[in-house]
Design a protein around this ligand. Structure first.
Ligand code: ARG
Length: 453
Protein backbone atom coordinates (compact mmCIF):
# COMPACT_ATOMS: atom_id res chain seq x y z
CA UNK A 1 0.00 0.00 0.00
CA UNK A 2 2.99 2.32 0.54
CA UNK A 3 3.76 4.66 -2.30
CA UNK A 4 7.47 4.98 -1.51
CA UNK A 5 8.81 1.44 -0.93
CA UNK A 6 11.32 1.36 -3.82
CA UNK A 7 14.51 2.05 -1.91
CA UNK A 8 13.60 -0.01 1.14
CA UNK A 9 14.61 -3.57 1.83
CA UNK A 10 12.25 -4.20 4.68
CA UNK A 11 8.89 -3.03 5.86
CA UNK A 12 8.36 -0.29 8.37
CA UNK A 13 7.56 -1.46 11.88
CA UNK A 14 3.81 -1.70 12.30
CA UNK A 15 3.81 0.35 15.46
CA UNK A 16 6.05 3.10 14.06
CA UNK A 17 3.95 3.19 10.92
CA UNK A 18 0.70 3.71 12.79
CA UNK A 19 2.36 6.11 15.19
CA UNK A 20 3.73 8.32 12.40
CA UNK A 21 0.51 8.32 10.38
CA UNK A 22 -1.49 11.53 10.33
CA UNK A 23 -4.65 10.32 8.61
CA UNK A 24 -6.61 10.43 11.84
CA UNK A 25 -6.17 14.21 11.92
CA UNK A 26 -5.55 15.32 8.33
CA UNK A 27 -8.54 13.53 6.81
CA UNK A 28 -10.31 16.80 7.65
CA UNK A 29 -8.46 18.17 4.60
CA UNK A 30 -9.98 15.68 2.13
CA UNK A 31 -11.92 18.30 0.22
CA UNK A 32 -9.03 20.70 -0.13
CA UNK A 33 -6.75 17.84 -1.12
CA UNK A 34 -9.09 16.77 -3.89
CA UNK A 35 -9.68 20.30 -5.16
CA UNK A 36 -5.91 20.86 -5.20
CA UNK A 37 -5.33 17.61 -7.07
CA UNK A 38 -7.99 18.42 -9.63
CA UNK A 39 -6.46 21.83 -10.30
CA UNK A 40 -3.00 20.25 -10.53
CA UNK A 41 -4.36 17.68 -12.98
CA UNK A 42 -5.94 20.35 -15.19
CA UNK A 43 -2.69 22.29 -15.16
CA UNK A 44 -0.66 19.20 -16.12
CA UNK A 45 -3.03 18.47 -19.00
CA UNK A 46 -2.85 22.05 -20.31
CA UNK A 47 0.92 21.88 -20.16
CA UNK A 48 0.86 18.62 -22.10
CA UNK A 49 2.39 16.73 -19.19
CA UNK A 50 -0.70 14.55 -18.87
CA UNK A 51 -2.82 13.32 -21.79
CA UNK A 52 -6.43 14.49 -21.98
CA UNK A 53 -7.59 10.90 -21.49
CA UNK A 54 -5.58 10.42 -18.31
CA UNK A 55 -6.66 13.83 -17.03
CA UNK A 56 -10.33 12.97 -17.59
CA UNK A 57 -9.98 9.70 -15.76
CA UNK A 58 -8.25 11.45 -12.87
CA UNK A 59 -10.79 14.27 -12.64
CA UNK A 60 -13.77 11.94 -12.68
CA UNK A 61 -12.06 9.51 -10.31
CA UNK A 62 -11.36 12.29 -7.82
CA UNK A 63 -14.94 13.60 -8.03
CA UNK A 64 -16.22 10.13 -7.28
CA UNK A 65 -13.88 9.77 -4.35
CA UNK A 66 -15.07 13.13 -3.04
CA UNK A 67 -18.70 12.02 -3.29
CA UNK A 68 -17.89 8.71 -1.60
CA UNK A 69 -16.07 10.38 1.26
CA UNK A 70 -18.98 12.75 1.77
CA UNK A 71 -21.41 9.85 1.53
CA UNK A 72 -19.54 8.17 4.40
CA UNK A 73 -18.52 5.30 2.12
CA UNK A 74 -14.79 5.51 2.73
CA UNK A 75 -12.90 4.41 5.75
CA UNK A 76 -9.35 5.64 5.69
CA UNK A 77 -6.58 3.15 6.46
CA UNK A 78 -3.67 3.99 8.67
CA UNK A 79 -1.37 2.18 6.22
CA UNK A 80 -1.76 4.95 3.67
CA UNK A 81 -0.32 7.39 6.19
CA UNK A 82 -1.97 10.66 5.37
CA UNK A 83 -4.83 12.18 3.40
CA UNK A 84 -2.64 12.85 0.36
CA UNK A 85 -1.47 9.28 -0.06
CA UNK A 86 -4.84 7.87 0.92
CA UNK A 87 -6.58 9.69 -1.89
CA UNK A 88 -3.87 8.93 -4.41
CA UNK A 89 -4.02 5.28 -3.39
CA UNK A 90 -7.81 5.16 -3.72
CA UNK A 91 -7.57 6.84 -7.10
CA UNK A 92 -5.04 4.38 -8.45
CA UNK A 93 -7.10 1.47 -7.12
CA UNK A 94 -10.04 2.81 -9.07
CA UNK A 95 -8.56 4.09 -12.34
CA UNK A 96 -5.22 2.24 -12.52
CA UNK A 97 -2.19 3.60 -14.41
CA UNK A 98 -3.48 7.17 -14.84
CA UNK A 99 -3.75 7.56 -11.06
CA UNK A 100 -0.01 6.97 -10.80
CA UNK A 101 0.69 9.95 -13.07
CA UNK A 102 -1.08 12.52 -10.88
CA UNK A 103 1.86 13.12 -8.58
CA UNK A 104 4.07 14.36 -11.48
CA UNK A 105 5.61 17.78 -10.74
CA UNK A 106 4.29 17.77 -7.19
CA UNK A 107 5.39 16.74 -3.73
CA UNK A 108 3.41 16.15 -0.61
CA UNK A 109 5.29 19.12 0.75
CA UNK A 110 3.68 21.66 -1.57
CA UNK A 111 0.48 19.64 -1.50
CA UNK A 112 0.00 19.76 2.26
CA UNK A 113 0.91 23.44 2.45
CA UNK A 114 -1.69 24.13 -0.24
CA UNK A 115 -4.35 22.09 1.50
CA UNK A 116 -3.83 23.89 4.80
CA UNK A 117 -3.94 27.31 3.18
CA UNK A 118 -7.12 26.44 1.29
CA UNK A 119 -8.71 25.16 4.48
CA UNK A 120 -7.57 28.12 6.54
CA UNK A 121 -8.85 30.69 4.05
CA UNK A 122 -12.36 29.27 4.39
CA UNK A 123 -11.98 29.00 8.10
CA UNK A 124 -10.86 32.60 8.52
CA UNK A 125 -13.92 33.77 6.62
CA UNK A 126 -16.25 31.83 8.88
CA UNK A 127 -14.42 33.06 11.99
CA UNK A 128 -14.82 36.64 10.77
CA UNK A 129 -18.52 36.08 10.08
CA UNK A 130 -19.00 34.89 13.66
CA UNK A 131 -17.15 37.89 15.06
CA UNK A 132 -19.25 40.23 12.94
CA UNK A 133 -22.39 38.53 14.29
CA UNK A 134 -21.19 39.16 17.81
CA UNK A 135 -20.40 42.80 17.05
CA UNK A 136 -23.92 43.21 15.72
CA UNK A 137 -25.36 41.78 18.93
CA UNK A 138 -23.24 44.20 20.95
CA UNK A 139 -24.39 47.21 18.97
CA UNK A 140 -28.05 46.15 19.20
CA UNK A 141 -27.75 45.67 22.94
CA UNK A 142 -25.84 48.93 23.32
CA UNK A 143 -28.60 50.84 21.53
CA UNK A 144 -31.01 49.70 24.29
CA UNK A 145 -28.71 50.77 27.10
CA UNK A 146 -27.30 54.20 26.34
CA UNK A 147 -28.90 55.51 29.54
CA UNK A 148 -28.30 52.47 31.69
CA UNK A 149 -25.81 53.81 34.23
CA UNK A 150 -23.37 51.45 35.89
CA UNK A 151 -20.08 51.77 37.71
CA UNK A 152 -16.97 52.02 35.58
CA UNK A 153 -14.04 50.38 37.33
CA UNK A 154 -10.28 50.66 37.54
CA UNK A 155 -8.47 48.20 39.79
CA UNK A 156 -11.98 46.72 40.16
CA UNK A 157 -12.76 49.70 42.40
CA UNK A 158 -15.55 52.13 41.62
CA UNK A 159 -14.08 54.77 39.34
CA UNK A 160 -16.58 56.81 37.30
CA UNK A 161 -20.13 56.13 36.15
CA UNK A 162 -20.47 54.88 32.58
CA UNK A 163 -23.33 53.49 30.56
CA UNK A 164 -23.73 49.78 29.98
CA UNK A 165 -23.79 50.63 26.27
CA UNK A 166 -20.37 52.25 26.58
CA UNK A 167 -18.95 49.17 28.27
CA UNK A 168 -20.38 46.94 25.52
CA UNK A 169 -19.00 49.19 22.80
CA UNK A 170 -15.53 48.93 24.30
CA UNK A 171 -15.71 45.21 23.59
CA UNK A 172 -17.14 45.91 20.19
CA UNK A 173 -13.93 47.77 19.34
CA UNK A 174 -11.82 44.87 20.55
CA UNK A 175 -13.73 42.33 18.50
CA UNK A 176 -13.60 44.58 15.46
CA UNK A 177 -9.80 44.59 15.72
CA UNK A 178 -9.87 40.81 16.10
CA UNK A 179 -11.73 40.54 12.81
CA UNK A 180 -9.24 42.93 11.19
CA UNK A 181 -6.32 40.84 12.45
CA UNK A 182 -7.87 37.74 10.93
CA UNK A 183 -8.43 39.54 7.68
CA UNK A 184 -4.76 40.59 7.62
CA UNK A 185 -3.82 36.97 8.17
CA UNK A 186 -6.10 36.01 5.29
CA UNK A 187 -4.09 38.22 2.95
CA UNK A 188 -0.85 36.44 3.78
CA UNK A 189 -2.48 32.99 3.69
CA UNK A 190 -3.80 33.75 0.23
CA UNK A 191 -0.60 32.68 -1.58
CA UNK A 192 -0.30 29.36 -3.37
CA UNK A 193 2.54 26.94 -2.50
CA UNK A 194 1.56 24.34 -5.13
CA UNK A 195 4.18 23.95 -7.85
CA UNK A 196 7.02 24.37 -5.38
CA UNK A 197 7.64 20.62 -5.49
CA UNK A 198 9.58 19.12 -2.61
CA UNK A 199 11.57 22.31 -2.05
CA UNK A 200 13.42 23.36 -5.19
CA UNK A 201 10.74 23.78 -7.82
CA UNK A 202 10.17 21.17 -10.51
CA UNK A 203 11.65 20.14 -13.88
CA UNK A 204 8.41 20.74 -15.70
CA UNK A 205 7.06 23.72 -17.51
CA UNK A 206 4.19 24.13 -15.07
CA UNK A 207 1.86 27.07 -14.86
CA UNK A 208 1.57 28.15 -11.24
CA UNK A 209 -0.42 31.27 -12.16
CA UNK A 210 -3.05 29.03 -13.72
CA UNK A 211 -3.09 26.95 -10.53
CA UNK A 212 -3.53 30.07 -8.43
CA UNK A 213 -6.47 31.18 -10.55
CA UNK A 214 -8.07 27.73 -10.46
CA UNK A 215 -7.78 27.52 -6.69
CA UNK A 216 -8.70 31.16 -6.18
CA UNK A 217 -5.46 32.31 -4.62
CA UNK A 218 -4.48 35.94 -5.00
CA UNK A 219 -0.99 34.89 -6.08
CA UNK A 220 1.71 32.26 -5.74
CA UNK A 221 4.43 31.92 -3.09
CA UNK A 222 7.38 33.41 -4.99
CA UNK A 223 10.06 31.15 -3.50
CA UNK A 224 9.60 27.38 -3.62
CA UNK A 225 11.65 26.74 -0.52
CA UNK A 226 9.71 29.25 1.55
CA UNK A 227 6.47 27.84 0.15
CA UNK A 228 7.05 24.43 1.74
CA UNK A 229 9.02 25.50 4.80
CA UNK A 230 6.91 27.90 6.76
CA UNK A 231 3.73 27.70 8.76
CA UNK A 232 3.76 31.33 9.84
CA UNK A 233 0.22 31.71 8.53
CA UNK A 234 -0.92 29.03 10.98
CA UNK A 235 0.90 30.80 13.80
CA UNK A 236 -0.65 34.07 12.77
CA UNK A 237 -4.13 32.60 12.74
CA UNK A 238 -3.75 31.01 16.16
CA UNK A 239 -2.28 34.26 17.50
CA UNK A 240 -5.29 36.18 16.26
CA UNK A 241 -7.56 33.45 17.66
CA UNK A 242 -5.75 33.67 21.01
CA UNK A 243 -6.26 37.42 21.17
CA UNK A 244 -9.93 37.06 20.34
CA UNK A 245 -10.29 34.35 23.01
CA UNK A 246 -8.55 36.65 25.48
CA UNK A 247 -11.16 39.31 24.76
CA UNK A 248 -13.98 36.79 25.13
CA UNK A 249 -12.41 35.56 28.34
CA UNK A 250 -12.23 39.02 29.90
CA UNK A 251 -15.82 39.65 28.98
CA UNK A 252 -16.78 36.26 30.46
CA UNK A 253 -14.93 37.08 33.66
CA UNK A 254 -17.04 40.23 33.99
CA UNK A 255 -20.26 38.40 33.22
CA UNK A 256 -19.43 35.78 35.84
CA UNK A 257 -18.72 38.50 38.38
CA UNK A 258 -21.86 40.40 37.42
CA UNK A 259 -23.95 37.23 37.85
CA UNK A 260 -22.91 36.92 41.49
CA UNK A 261 -25.32 37.96 44.28
CA UNK A 262 -22.86 40.68 45.23
CA UNK A 263 -23.15 42.41 41.86
CA UNK A 264 -26.37 41.04 40.43
CA UNK A 265 -26.01 43.25 37.32
CA UNK A 266 -27.11 40.50 34.96
CA UNK A 267 -28.79 37.16 35.00
CA UNK A 268 -27.95 34.47 32.49
CA UNK A 269 -30.83 32.78 30.77
CA UNK A 270 -31.62 29.29 32.06
CA UNK A 271 -30.73 27.98 28.62
CA UNK A 272 -27.13 29.08 29.17
CA UNK A 273 -26.73 28.12 32.83
CA UNK A 274 -26.37 24.92 34.77
CA UNK A 275 -27.31 23.73 38.25
CA UNK A 276 -25.47 21.94 41.02
CA UNK A 277 -25.73 18.23 41.78
CA UNK A 278 -25.89 18.97 45.50
CA UNK A 279 -26.93 22.61 46.09
CA UNK A 280 -30.51 23.06 44.90
CA UNK A 281 -30.33 26.85 44.80
CA UNK A 282 -27.39 27.07 42.40
CA UNK A 283 -27.48 28.60 38.95
CA UNK A 284 -23.97 28.68 37.54
CA UNK A 285 -22.68 30.69 34.56
CA UNK A 286 -20.89 27.61 33.19
CA UNK A 287 -20.76 28.73 29.57
CA UNK A 288 -18.88 31.88 30.45
CA UNK A 289 -16.55 29.92 32.69
CA UNK A 290 -15.88 27.37 29.97
CA UNK A 291 -15.05 30.04 27.42
CA UNK A 292 -12.64 31.51 29.95
CA UNK A 293 -11.16 28.05 30.47
CA UNK A 294 -10.94 27.19 26.79
CA UNK A 295 -8.94 30.36 26.24
CA UNK A 296 -6.07 28.56 27.97
CA UNK A 297 -6.47 25.75 25.49
CA UNK A 298 -6.07 28.06 22.50
CA UNK A 299 -2.99 29.64 24.11
CA UNK A 300 -1.69 26.07 24.41
CA UNK A 301 -2.25 25.59 20.68
CA UNK A 302 -0.27 28.76 20.00
CA UNK A 303 2.64 27.68 22.17
CA UNK A 304 2.53 24.23 20.55
CA UNK A 305 2.86 25.50 16.99
CA UNK A 306 5.47 28.11 17.91
CA UNK A 307 7.53 25.45 19.63
CA UNK A 308 7.10 22.96 16.78
CA UNK A 309 8.47 25.48 14.28
CA UNK A 310 11.24 26.81 16.47
CA UNK A 311 14.61 25.45 15.42
CA UNK A 312 13.47 23.63 12.27
CA UNK A 313 16.02 23.82 9.47
CA UNK A 314 14.64 24.53 6.00
CA UNK A 315 12.80 23.06 4.22
CA UNK A 316 10.09 20.53 5.18
CA UNK A 317 10.51 18.45 8.33
CA UNK A 318 8.14 15.81 9.59
CA UNK A 319 7.73 17.84 12.79
CA UNK A 320 5.47 20.06 10.72
CA UNK A 321 2.88 17.32 10.51
CA UNK A 322 2.06 18.33 14.07
CA UNK A 323 0.74 21.68 12.80
CA UNK A 324 -2.79 20.48 12.13
CA UNK A 325 -3.94 19.48 15.57
CA UNK A 326 -3.34 22.90 17.16
CA UNK A 327 -4.76 24.63 14.10
CA UNK A 328 -7.96 22.60 14.00
CA UNK A 329 -8.34 22.76 17.76
CA UNK A 330 -7.88 26.53 17.94
CA UNK A 331 -10.32 27.09 15.10
CA UNK A 332 -12.99 24.79 16.52
CA UNK A 333 -12.58 26.27 19.99
CA UNK A 334 -12.75 29.86 18.78
CA UNK A 335 -15.76 29.33 16.55
CA UNK A 336 -17.78 27.40 19.11
CA UNK A 337 -16.90 29.91 21.83
CA UNK A 338 -18.06 32.80 19.63
CA UNK A 339 -21.31 30.98 18.86
CA UNK A 340 -22.13 30.20 22.50
CA UNK A 341 -21.06 33.63 23.70
CA UNK A 342 -23.23 35.44 21.17
CA UNK A 343 -26.33 33.46 22.16
CA UNK A 344 -25.52 33.80 25.84
CA UNK A 345 -25.41 37.58 25.79
CA UNK A 346 -28.43 37.88 23.50
CA UNK A 347 -30.51 36.03 26.08
CA UNK A 348 -29.15 37.40 29.38
CA UNK A 349 -31.24 39.77 31.51
CA UNK A 350 -29.70 43.17 32.25
CA UNK A 351 -30.65 44.41 35.70
CA UNK A 352 -30.61 48.16 35.26
CA UNK A 353 -31.76 48.92 38.81
CA UNK A 354 -28.89 47.01 40.41
CA UNK A 355 -26.46 48.76 38.10
CA UNK A 356 -27.97 52.15 38.92
CA UNK A 357 -27.89 51.46 42.66
CA UNK A 358 -24.23 50.43 42.48
CA UNK A 359 -23.45 53.56 40.48
CA UNK A 360 -24.53 55.69 43.44
CA UNK A 361 -21.95 54.17 45.77
CA UNK A 362 -18.20 54.44 46.02
CA UNK A 363 -17.82 58.21 45.50
CA UNK A 364 -17.75 57.88 41.72
CA UNK A 365 -18.72 61.57 41.52
CA UNK A 366 -15.58 62.70 43.35
CA UNK A 367 -13.80 63.65 40.13
CA UNK A 368 -16.91 65.54 39.07
CA UNK A 369 -16.94 67.42 42.38
CA UNK A 370 -13.33 68.37 41.71
CA UNK A 371 -14.16 69.41 38.13
CA UNK A 372 -17.00 71.54 39.52
CA UNK A 373 -14.45 73.51 41.53
CA UNK A 374 -12.08 73.70 38.53
CA UNK A 375 -14.84 75.41 36.61
CA UNK A 376 -15.04 77.95 39.45
CA UNK A 377 -11.39 78.78 38.98
CA UNK A 378 -9.69 76.52 41.54
CA UNK A 379 -6.54 74.78 40.16
CA UNK A 380 -7.15 71.05 39.63
CA UNK A 381 -4.48 69.86 42.10
CA UNK A 382 -6.10 71.94 44.85
CA UNK A 383 -9.55 70.62 43.95
CA UNK A 384 -8.18 67.07 44.14
CA UNK A 385 -6.93 67.75 47.66
CA UNK A 386 -10.19 69.41 48.77
CA UNK A 387 -12.39 66.60 47.45
CA UNK A 388 -10.01 63.97 48.86
CA UNK A 389 -10.56 65.48 52.31
CA UNK A 390 -14.28 65.68 51.63
CA UNK A 391 -14.39 61.97 50.77
CA UNK A 392 -12.48 61.10 53.92
CA UNK A 393 -14.98 63.14 55.92
CA UNK A 394 -17.92 61.36 54.24
CA UNK A 395 -16.33 57.95 54.82
CA UNK A 396 -16.20 58.76 58.52
CA UNK A 397 -19.88 59.70 58.55
CA UNK A 398 -20.95 56.86 56.27
CA UNK A 399 -22.58 59.24 53.76
CA UNK A 400 -22.11 60.26 50.12
CA UNK A 401 -20.85 63.69 49.02
CA UNK A 402 -24.30 64.71 47.84
CA UNK A 403 -25.79 63.80 51.24
CA UNK A 404 -23.98 66.71 52.91
CA UNK A 405 -25.92 70.00 53.26
CA UNK A 406 -24.45 72.97 51.39
CA UNK A 407 -23.15 74.62 54.60
CA UNK A 408 -21.09 71.56 55.34
CA UNK A 409 -19.78 71.41 51.76
CA UNK A 410 -18.79 75.05 52.03
CA UNK A 411 -16.50 74.26 54.95
CA UNK A 412 -14.31 72.43 52.41
CA UNK A 413 -14.56 75.13 49.72
CA UNK A 414 -16.63 78.29 49.61
CA UNK A 415 -16.95 77.75 45.85
CA UNK A 416 -19.55 75.01 46.43
CA UNK A 417 -23.08 76.23 45.66
CA UNK A 418 -26.56 74.67 45.47
CA UNK A 419 -26.06 73.86 41.77
CA UNK A 420 -23.43 71.29 42.71
CA UNK A 421 -26.06 68.66 43.63
CA UNK A 422 -27.48 68.34 40.13
CA UNK A 423 -23.94 67.90 38.82
CA UNK A 424 -23.27 64.98 41.14
CA UNK A 425 -25.97 62.49 40.07
CA UNK A 426 -24.55 59.42 38.27
CA UNK A 427 -26.38 60.33 35.07
CA UNK A 428 -25.11 63.91 35.16
CA UNK A 429 -21.55 62.71 35.77
CA UNK A 430 -21.86 60.29 32.88
CA UNK A 431 -23.33 62.84 30.52
CA UNK A 432 -20.64 65.34 31.37
CA UNK A 433 -18.14 63.07 29.58
CA UNK A 434 -18.70 64.74 26.24
CA UNK A 435 -15.19 64.42 24.85
CA UNK A 436 -14.88 62.37 21.66
CA UNK A 437 -15.21 58.67 22.52
CA UNK A 438 -16.65 59.48 25.96
CA UNK A 439 -19.50 57.78 27.81
CA UNK A 440 -22.14 60.56 27.55
CA UNK A 441 -25.36 59.51 25.84
CA UNK A 442 -24.54 61.98 23.08
CA UNK A 443 -21.17 60.44 22.32
CA UNK A 444 -22.34 56.85 22.71
CA UNK A 445 -25.25 57.40 20.33
CA UNK A 446 -22.71 58.86 17.92
CA UNK A 447 -20.56 55.73 18.24
CA UNK A 448 -23.58 53.50 17.66
CA UNK A 449 -24.60 55.44 14.55
CA UNK A 450 -21.11 55.05 13.10
CA UNK A 451 -21.10 51.34 13.84
CA UNK A 452 -24.49 50.85 12.22
CA UNK A 453 -22.96 52.13 8.98
N1 ARG B 1 1.45 14.18 6.38
C1 ARG B 1 2.47 15.11 6.06
C2 ARG B 1 2.24 16.41 6.85
O1 ARG B 1 1.15 16.64 7.25
C3 ARG B 1 2.45 15.43 4.61
C4 ARG B 1 3.76 15.89 4.07
C5 ARG B 1 4.71 14.77 4.08
N2 ARG B 1 5.89 15.09 3.40
C6 ARG B 1 7.01 14.35 3.53
N3 ARG B 1 8.02 14.72 2.86
N4 ARG B 1 7.04 13.30 4.30
O2 ARG B 1 3.12 17.17 7.08
Amino acid sequence: MKLWTGRFTKEISGFADAWAASIEVDQALYREDILGSQAHCRMLARAGILTEEDADLILVGLSEILADIEGGKIEFQVETEDIHMSIEHLLTERIGEAGKRLHTARSRNDQVATDIRLWLKEDILSSITLIKGLCKTLVTLAAQHTETVMPGYTHLQHAQPVSFAFHLLAYNQMFTRDAERLWDCYGRTDRLPLGAGALAGTDYDTDRQFLAEELEFAGVCPNAMDAVSDRDFVIEYISAASICMMHLSRFCEELILWSSSEFSFIEMDDAYSTGSSIMPQKKNPDMAELIRGKTGRVYGDLIAILTIMKGLPLAYNKDMQEDKLPLFDASETLKSALTVFNEMIKTMTVKKEAMAAAAKTGFMNATDAADYLVKKGVPFRECHEIVGKLVLHCLGKGVAIEDLPIEELKTFSDKFDEDVYEKLTPLACMNAKQSEGGTSVLRVVEQIEKLKD
